[in-house]
Design a protein. Structure first.
Length: 176
């Protein structure tokens, strides 16, 4: 992060600039499942977005809109463009950030993306964990089937009937 020189206070003894500014993260947000699941990069961008949102223009009465560019991310968060893009997409998926206007490469349409904070993170729930109960049931059924399976005799030799499914569903130690 860039360090800025400390500014002198005004006549009333108050700060006049960005030095001493902060980003507020509400306790409800901190305790949410969406916030708890954020990667470190997404968390850094969220805190920066909260700061940008606080300082955004709120003149027209709508939600504040702000910009974040790759150059800004590199300068303020020491983040490369691909990490910045993944962090923005994660924040969007988890309901913290939404695009007000999509931008593009400079020279294509000359407009950078504009963002707004969203409250959808309150509704976000982690995806359900993949259950292995069906796989366990299939393995149990195969064990039972193998116990009940009869050996077939062909040309005087005892052969066990095996299928590709057995090898796929059973762990390697039990496949043979």
């Amino acid at each position: 992060m860039m360090c800025r020189a400390k500014q002198k206070p005004d006549a009333r003894g108050r700060s006049t600039g960005a030095v001493g500014s902060f980003s507020r993260v509400d306790l409800d947000m901190q305790k949410s499942a969406a916030f708890q699941s954020l990667t470190a990069s997404a968390l850094r961008i969220l805190i920066w977005a909260l700061f940008r949102n606080y300082n955004a223009n709120k003149a027209d009465g709508s939600r504040p809109k702000f910009t974040m560019t790759n150059a800004d991310a590199k300068r303020h968060c020491c983040m490369n463009p691909s990490t910045f893009t993944r962090a923005k997409e994660e924040l969007s998926e988890k309901g913290f950030l939404e695009w007000a206007q999509r931008g593009g490469l400079k020279g294509v349409n000359g407009v950078c993306s504009t963002y707004m904070l969203s409250g959808e993170w309150k509704k976000w729930a982690p995806p359900p964990k993949k259950s292995s109960t069906n796989l366990l049931k299939a393995r149990e059924a195969l064990k039972l089937q193998k116990q009940q399976q009869e050996t077939k005799t062909m040309h005087g030799k005892s052969l066990r009937v095996s299928s590709q499914l057995d090898r796929f569903l059973l762990p390697t130690s039990q496949a043979h």
